[in-house]
Ligand binder design. Structure first.
Ligand code: SER
Length: 922
């Protein structure tokens, strides 16, 4: 049975090497896309990546040779092919690479023999020898790799060997360091038979013709398809640039499975491009269908520019979707940093191609099944979490699509301006805005601008980014990081934003990588038992304090140690850092770490957070729409909500609000969160907390009638809050009230505290329960008031009795008036008034009565003047004259007035001088 499909070819290749006489190759499974031990590499970009330590001799060789089919991702960093996808027919971000490897075992001779045999033998690929053009390393005639050349001649190639320079025929290292060396590639010519004849004639026309062919091979890569690359790794690239010889020099072969399948199909007229092979075709057709465009296979109809453009755009979407599914299957999710940034870029680039075809809504999740159909048998890992993968695809699409339209408008304007002005450059500030506000990764902006003939000021972009970072840094320095602030800054800058994974009601423990440690005020490689410090991971379920909600606590563990998380905070650019104390062992930078939030505490926090949202809604309904949030605190034990309101909230209003909240809790509303463009959020009536700044997109949390902007974590359903209890209401500033509440267990406990610490002891004291206790308190109040009245009456009686025949005490004043002044301490103002009035009754219209005394440390003075006497001796004037030396004053009518004063000590003196004082007045 001839080999036809990509899937068969994969098996055949591994079978060929597994069973090679004298050189059987162990077949090694594909390594993950995230290289486990190579921090210099974002992704596994070649089959040899997992074997790097075998070439360098860093580990003992488990086998002298190996074969594999490796999933590779060439996007982001050195050697990225991202920008070629959608421009050529042969490039991919994710692709499968067949490889055979020798570690100090066989070398060029065998490697060339194996390649030729597998490609041309009728038993295997049976490719036409005339269409195969091997190339060799040869920047100049004297540098040609003569050794490789001689071995190629041994296998009787049909065409002359094409020498290429180092930019083509020197490979590696993958990442910054490791195995590299010259190589020899095999190109498969895809043109017609006539074209082939012309090319072969050129190849045989001498040295200049060969060089010319070399130039064409490089330029016309879709026609001269590179199917096989044999690297002869000999050097071990070091960080310092030096290149000592490799311990185990050998062979590193890479043969792109998709391209090999195209070559395989050539004779039979099957797939003409990698996108038409069984490895991608289900995805290509599903993409075309989702995008609503016809896909014209190469050579199927007249090759119009439109058909070609459409084909390339669909290819890019198919490629990018496949890559995203593979990445998501390994838990790499879109973010603003590192690998997450690369895949965000891939996805946004795919959406751009979709948009060019007129598709401006989410669709990628619909292609998931096609990806599984094409690749699920060979890579079962992509079948494991279909819901997660579909959701993640959709979420990212929704996020970007919401702002893209405006971003695109801005970009179009910027391009038009750049062209109009002749500057042909987009400024760094604008490129930064496109990223920061509209989510256009700068490389995407650059690519789109370049397509229109406009450059992007990348230096300016970096400068703006740095300035923004520096500015916002100022604002978080105040956080409680003490001596570690600078080191944390630097680490945050280096590592970038953290993926926050903890929005769920009860977030699961998450696997991540420990990327940064700050201990004793400095960046550190490790932190040991008993030490306190800060940890930064690439991803975390820990919520960092923000918007009033306190930071999470919990545990972070690696295989070597475990730390208690005491608090979680973040920088303005979203680097989350965990304040920790190491409980056991050592935690090292680069370690895989599991982060588990203290769920009981988290639950209590979100109960309070959701309850505060409901409270705001209830207060607006009870007090009116004018109330505006001024601040809030949300912790596990209680929450407080500060808001504008001119007066104290009455108990019945508090009770009504509490009832409304508890109804919303009992109604068990689902809590929904969406990320929306800010205008749409406002249209929905979402309440935005006072004084906060928002970007173009906002997170909106909705539960029942409550809709708020909020970045915090929440319940899944309102009933999970249990209950709400308003604990207190007070004023914190003019026109600003504070309500403190307890929710969930804390509410039950607050109820309990009142019950057990106040109500129960009171009942005991009163020897009564329930309504009876209330009656008892009311009765006690009545009887106290009655007794007070009785005491006042008795005091007056006593005072009158003491006065006896006051008339006899009267002193004559000028003008026929008669004065009686008495001092009676312990009587309040009212009681003194009664005394003065009763004196005046006895003195008649010519009388003047003064009663003064000290009660509870204060002086009270009352004067009463009879009808005649009040002309000359008005009561108001009298009390003021007496109170003034005592630091007081008073007022009233000419016939009756009262004053108060503080200086009780001098009252005796003043009273002694009263007659003289009045005499002076007359
Ligand atoms: N490492 C080489 C490549 O990726 C050969 O496997 O092309």
């Amino acid at each position: 049975m001839p080999i036809r499909s990509g899937a068969e070819l994969r098996d055949a290749y591994l079978e060929y090497f597994r069973t090679l006489p004298d050189f059987p190759h162990p077949v090694v499974p594909s390594a993950p896309l995230v290289p486990p031990d190579d921090p210099t590499l974002l992704f596994t970009s070649a089959g040899m990546v997992q074997f790097k330590p075998l070439y360098s001799g860093d580990v003992e060789l488990p086998y002298p040779r190996a074969a594999s089919c490796q999933k590779c991702l060439r996007a982001g960093g050195k050697g990225s092919d991202l920008e070629n996808v959608g421009k050529t027919l042969r490039h991919h971000t994710l692709f499968e690479m067949l490889g055979n490897f020798s570690f100090g075992d066989y070398f060029k001779r065998e490697s060339i023999r194996f390649a030729w045999e597998f490609c041309t033998s009728p038993q295997w690929m049976a490719l036409s020898k005339e269409r195969l053009f091997p190339t060799i390393y040869g920047p100049a005639p004297e540098e040609i790799d003569r050794e490789a050349e001689s071995y190629w001649r041994e296998v009787e190639v049909a065409n002359p060997l094409v020498p290429l320079d180092a930019s083509e025929n020197f490979w590696g290292p993958a990442g910054d360091t490791g195995a590299c060396g010259p190589c020899s590639e095999v190109k498969f010519f895809l043109g017609t038979d006539e074209e082939l004849a012309a090319v072969r004639a050129l190849a045989n026309s001498g040295e200049a013709g060969l060089r010319e062919l070399g130039r064409r091979i490089v330029e016309e890569g879709d026609l001269f398809l590179e199917i096989w690359n044999m690297v002869f790794p000999q050097f071990d690239q070091q960080r310092d640039g030096s290149r000592p010889l490799l311990k185990h020099k050998g062979i590193d072969t890479g043969a792109g499975l998709e391209r090999m399948t195209v070559a395989l199909n050539h004779a039979s007229g099957g797939a003409r491009t990698p996108y038409e092979t069984d490895l991608l075709w289900p995805i290509t057709t599903a993409a075309a269908q989702s995008l609503g465009v016809a896909y014209q296979r190469l050579g199927e109809g007249p090759e119009t520019p439109e058909a070609a453009r459409r084909r390339l755009a669909v290819n890019a979407v198919a490629d990018h979707t496949r890559a995203l599914v593979f990445c998501l299957a390994e838990g790499i999710t879109p973010s603003n940093v590192g690998r997450g940034y690369v895949i965000r870029r891939i996805q946004r680039r795919a959406l751009r191609f979709a948009s060019l075809l007129g598709k401006d809504e989410p669709f990628m999740a619909d292609l998931y099944d096609a990806v599984v159909q094409a690749a699920g048998a060979a890579y079962p890992e992509i079948k494991k979490n279909p819901d997660f993968i579909r959701r993640a695809l959709r979420q990212e699409e929704e996020t970007f699509l919401r702002t893209r339209e405006r971003g695109q408008k801005l970009l179009d304007e910027l391009i038009a301006q750049a062209l109009d002005s002749g500057a042909k450059t987009i400024g760094g500030d604008d490129a930064f805005k496109l990223w920061d506000t509209y989510g256009y990764p700068v490389d995407l902006t650059k690519e789109l601008a370049e397509d229109a003939g406009v450059a992007v000021d990348m230096g300016g972009y970096e400068a703006t980014r740095a300035r923004q970072k520096a500015e916002s840094k100022k604002t978080w320095k105040g956080a409680a990081v003490g001596e570690s602030a600078d080191a944390l800054d630097a680490e945050a800058e280096r590592i970038g934003a953290t993926d926050f994974l903890g929005y769920a009601y009860a977030p699961e423990p998450e696997q991540g990588r420990l990327l940064g440690i700050v201990a004793a005020g400095a960046a550190a490689q490790e932190i040991g038992e008993g030490q306190e410090g800060f940890l930064i991971l690439d991803r975390t379920p820990f919520y960092a304090e923000s918007g009033g909600q306190v930071g999470d606590t919990g545990r972070i563990a690696t295989t070597h140690g475990e730390a208690l998380v005491l608090d979680t905070q973040k920088t303005p650019h979203g680097t989350i850092y965990h304040k920790v104390r190491v409980e056991r062992g050592v935690l090292r930078a680069g370690d895989d770490a599991e982060s588990a939030v203290d769920l009981a505490r988290r639950r209590a926090i979100v109960q309070h957070h959701s309850a505060v949202h409901l409270l705001q809604n209830a207060l607006k309904r009870v007090l009116g729409d004018h109330i505006t949030q001024q601040g809030s605190y949300v912790g596990p034990g209680y929450a407080r909500f500060d808001f504008t309101h001119a007066e104290g909230v009455k108990p019945e209003q508090l009770r009504a609000a509490q009832d409304l909240v508890n109804e919303l809790i009992m109604d068990d509303h689902e809590v929904r969160t969406d990320v929306l463009p800010i205008e749409e959020a406002r249209r929905k009536g979402a309440i935005a907390p006072f004084g906060e700044k928002y970007g173009a997109m906002v997170r909106v949390v909705q539960m029942g009638p409550s809709v708020e902007f909020c970045g915090g974590t929440h319940l899944a359903h309102t009933s999970q809050a249990g209950q709400l209890r308003i604990v207190s209401e007070s004023s914190i500033a003019s026109g600003v009230r504070r309500i403190e509440v307890a929710a969930g267990l804390a509410a039950a406990r607050a109820g309990g505290a009142e019950q057990f610490e106040i109500v129960a002891p009171l009942q005991l004291l009163l020897a009564a329960k329930g309504p009876e206790a209330l009656d008892r308190v009311r009765a006690l109040g009545d009887s106290v008031r009655a007794q007070e009245r009785e005491i006042a009456r008795l005091k007056q009686e006593l005072a009158k009795a003491k006065l006896g025949d006051v008339a006899a005490l009267a002193v004559a004043l000028e003008g026929g008036a008669r004065l009686v002044a008495v001092r009676m301490d312990g009587l309040d103002g009212n009681e003194l008034r009664a005394v003065a009035e009763s004196i005046l009754e006895k003195l008649g219209d010519d009388g003047v009565a003064v009663a003064a005394g000290v009660s509870e440390g204060r002086v009270n003075i009352v004067a009463a003047s009879g009808k005649n006497a009040s002309q000359r001796y008005p009561a108001g004037k009298i009390v003021n004259a007496l109170a003034q030396p005592l630091g007081g004053k008073g007022g009233g009518k000419p016939t009756l007035a009262q004053a108060g004063a503080k200086d009780a000590e001098k009252l005796g003196e003043v009273m002694d001088g009263a007659t003289a004082l009045l005499g002076a007045m007359g």
